[in-house]
Design a protein around this ligand. Sequence first.
Ligand SMILES: *Cc1c(COP(=O)(O)O)cnc(C)c1O
Length: 408
Amino acid sequence: MSEAVPAKEAAALDAADGLAAKRAGFDLDDGVVYLDGNSLGALPRGVAGRLSDVVGREWGRLRIRSWEESGWWTAPERVGDRIGGLIGAAPGQVVAGDSTSVNVFKAVVAAIRLTDTGVRDEVLVDAATFPTDGYIARSAARMTGCRIRAVDAADMAREAGPRTAVALVNHVDYRTGRLHDLPAVTAAVRAAGARTVWDLCHSAGALPVHLDAAGADFAVGCTYKYLNGGPGAPAFLYVRRALQDRFDSPLPGWNSHADPFAMDPAYAPADGAARGRVGTPEILSLLALDAALDVWDGVDLAAVRAKSLALTDFFLRCVEAYVPRGRVESVTPEAHGERGSQVSLRCAAGPAGGAGDVMAELIRRGVVGDFRRPDVLRFGFTPLYTRFADAERAARVLGEVLEGMQGR
Ligand SMILES: *Cc1c(COP(=O)(O)O)cnc(C)c1O
């Protein structure tokens, strides 16, 4: 297949792209096609300058005064509200801090504590979950006298029953890119009398999420993927407002105390989102995240979603055009309503090696995706900076690599 037709189409799509100008807000090199923003988002240009001010002036000159004067102390709630704006949460319900793993622990244990554990002793976990969620949920269940039951996320609504305390679900499956129906599952789990904890790692910043509207109970997610907060950026925790007064954190650190500086030996929880805090916030990474979130100012998430679907559709068509027939198979759902912002291609081992070797060769040729064992090539599409031309080039290079490896 000649490259002329898809390349021309890519140019037309890029020219008509209302989000195209957003790419200039990122520090990207045109020689590389970066399709791994679902693992580590690219660097927004504003971060370095902001961090240099935080380090040089706020820490260097103001030192301890910055906890008040530079707003460090309240940054977890302030940044949490900015994230809330991107996941359909009204202010006061999201706090930034800790890792997703730690926030899964807080949310699952708190959800169990909200139920009558004598009756409800079952924790449902998405059978294909990102491993950390499963490990943490299992430990939370052991600590609370519950048991874990792994069920297909697609069956979660049907499986929640009178024994279920909480269902922990990945909104988008990290391996296949399958998007689960958050409103429907939330409603069904609630109808069964249980709570939901949503892991938004692969949906926050990738597509519109409407936590409040869906009546979700808890949500967690990381900020170094589609939110571009940087390596190890703090995660977030959402607790629905109606549950905040009863939210009983299993990690009640001094930062979540109603009056932290009273240094009271007795614990009294703070009101609102601050109750989700634990210890001293990770200020440098939190403020890097704060700066990174500036790229979202004025962005319409519906436009992000439309471009994401157009990009993944276009990439799949280019793969069909360029890749030798039968060499790869998409495991990402075709239906838009079931697709996140990535394409995962199963690539069986050929004469030249397996999917890991194919991805290594792609990266050598300037197309960066990632490989998930045993046989998945994963390509993440980040609408704020991925161009249709990138999708075309990635598919073309993939075709060249697989052709070159055939019969070798
Ligand atoms: C990336 C990811 C995580 C990562 O958790 P950390 O604690 O940040 O390492 C957790 N859950 C899901 C679904 C993920 O995709």
